[in-house]
Structures are given as C-alpha cells and as structure tokens.
Write a protein that binds this ligand. Sequence first.
Ligand SMILES: NC(=O)c1ccc[n+]([C@@H]2O[C@H](COP(=O)([O-])OP(=O)(O)OC[C@H]3O[C@@H](n4cnc5c(N)ncnc54)[C@H](OP(=O)(O)O)[C@@H]3O)[C@@H](O)[C@H]2O)c1
Length: 311
Amino acid sequence: MQPKILLTGRSGQIGYELFQTLSPLADVLAVDVQDVDLSNVPILKRFVRNLDRIDLIVHPAAFTAVDLAEEQPDLARAVNVDASRVLAEEAAQRNIPMIHYSTDYVFDGNRSLDSLYTEKDATAPLSVYGLTKRDGETAVREICKKHCILRLCWVYGLRGNNFFQTMLRLYQQGKTPQVVDDQIGAPTWSRIIAIVTAILAGKILDSPSSDFPWGTYHVSAGGVASWHEFATAIFVAMNHQTGQKIELPKPISSEEYSAKDLVKDSVKNSVKATRPKNSRLDNNLLAVTFGLKLPDWQTQLAWCLDAIKIK
Ligand SMILES: NC(=O)c1ccc[n+]([C@@H]2O[C@H](COP(=O)([O-])OP(=O)(O)OC[C@H]3O[C@@H](n4cnc5c(N)ncnc54)[C@H](OP(=O)(O)O)[C@@H]3O)[C@@H](O)[C@H]2O)c1
C-alpha cells in the first residue's frame, strides 16, 4: 500500500517544494490555512484525529513573519508551539514519525564570526520568532520520539517573500540596494532542503521501525556569506545573464541601518526583531550520519538562477 504523508504549509516556500519532492514517495495530503488553521488548537486536533491513516507528518508550516511576531506573540506561539505540540502528540499516539523544521534564530548569533553552531550548542533566542521556534522544537523533541528536527538558515527560493526575490525585483527595477554586511550565514535554496527531506522521508518510510537516527540536524548550504555578499552574487549573475550593467549592492552595517532592515527598500514596521549576527549552522552531523553533504551556497544559487532563467 502507498504510504501517506500529512504535509502542512503547502503554499509556503519550502512546503511548495516539499510537495514536489515527496509526491513520488507517497500520497501527500498537503494542507494550508484554508484547510485547517493551525492557530486554532481544537480545530487542528479534530482535523488530525479524523484522518484515516498517516505514516509520516512533515511540518514546515510556521508563523515566519519575524518582525510581526514581536507584535503578535500569542499568534506566533499558537502556530509555532501549540500546533507543533498537537502534531507531535498525534504522531506519538499513532506511533508514526514527524519531520519538523526549525531555525538558526534559536541561537543568539553572538559567537565569533569564524565559528559555527552545532546541534549540541545551547539555544538563546533573541526574538519572539526565535523563542517560539525554540519552544516548538522542544515540544516535538519531548513528545514524539521518532522525530527529525531540521534547523535551517537563510532560506530562499522561487516562491514567497524572501531576500532572493527582493533582490531580483530590485534588479529588474534597475535599483541598487544597500545591504547589511555584518550578518553572516549560508543562503540555502528551498529545493535543496526539500530534496534532503525526501531522502530522509524515503529512508523513514522504507523502515519506520528500524533504528533510524532520530534527532536534530542542521541543514544549510556549505560556505559562508554576508547578506551583502549574497546580494552581490545575485546582481553579478543577473548582469552576466542579461548583459546589463546594474550597479552592484552597497554594504551597510546593521548599526548604520538603524531600522534593522536587511534592505533599505523594505517596508518599515513599527517593531523590529533583533537578528542573530552569526547564523552559521554546522551541517557536519547530517553529512556524517546520512552521507548528505550540501553544495556550497554559490552552487545552489547558480542552480536556482538556472531554474528560473530570467531574461
Ligand atoms: N525562510 C527561512 O529563511 C527559514 C529559515 C530557517 C527556518 N525556517 C523554517 O522553515 C519552515 C518553513 O519556512 P518557509 O520559509 O517555507 O515559510 P513560509 O514561506 O512563510 O511558509 C509558511 C507556511 O505556513 C503556513 N501557515 C502560517 N500560519 C498558518 C496557520 N495559522 N495555519 C495554517 N498554515 C499556516 C503559511 O500559510 P499562508 O502562506 O497561507 O500564511 C505558509 O504556507 C518554518 O518552520 C520556518 O520557521 C525558514
């Protein structure tokens, strides 16, 4: 019998890619807020209890608006903590595994810029978003023994409101942005995350009762970049692709950039969340455990740009 996966956040940037990579493996019941509002615990409970059979829960849905979370902490907590807890409880009750997603924002990012965060490092979130994601992953870890928590950083892709899309829009408008150069991480294409997830899901579904190495894994591109370096790489590639000569992004410090926007062009919100300066996640455990070594961010960017073929 074909296995069945419950996938949340179907229209999100990672959820969309997950639907493509998981569909060859299983019947994917992909839901979004129109199907079930994760912020409503009774409705979510009723929804999952009434599902016939599920073999795996894959849960990328989250309240991801980092600044808005400072103003709506209760909603952020409902989606990122309470809904994750309900799904973990359901997985535990059915004795099925759960793949959950978390973030570099669980760390404060204050360590020296030449070091990376491992899965063993203590968390210390700076923002409501980071705090709720930390509490969400803790709930999943404690409730559902068969869990894979994948911590991601600096995700971009072909859909959604992400930094990469903002840069493409500015490029197409011929605008040169100022971009912060003192926050570092590893830009990771959402499709690569979806492929990694599908590989893990395939192993899990093949032998769900085996000694799968359940746990927390960092899934981020190889290498390191500042937002400014990432933006510059996008503009250079676009200039090369289009033959235009749009001026390259200008560096700016976070302090200089008083409103803490990554990009001067962004809409200003009244409250700004503090972002980690060092978002580098050590992905060695993923490589050692599963033989999955992610390509560096430059290669992923080239693949992503190739996939969209903007003229
Ligand atoms: N993007 C990053 O840079 C990044 C970095 C680290 C970790 N992560 C983690 O990766 C996961 C996926 O992120 P993403 O970038 O794909 O986020 P995204 O594009 O914002 O997608 C989130 C999804 O969750 C859904 N959702 C939000 N509130 C909901 C609710 N109340 N009920 C039902 N669905 C709801 C959204 O639906 P609507 O669109 O309809 O609201 C959307 O489909 C999240 O756990 C996030 O914390 C992301």
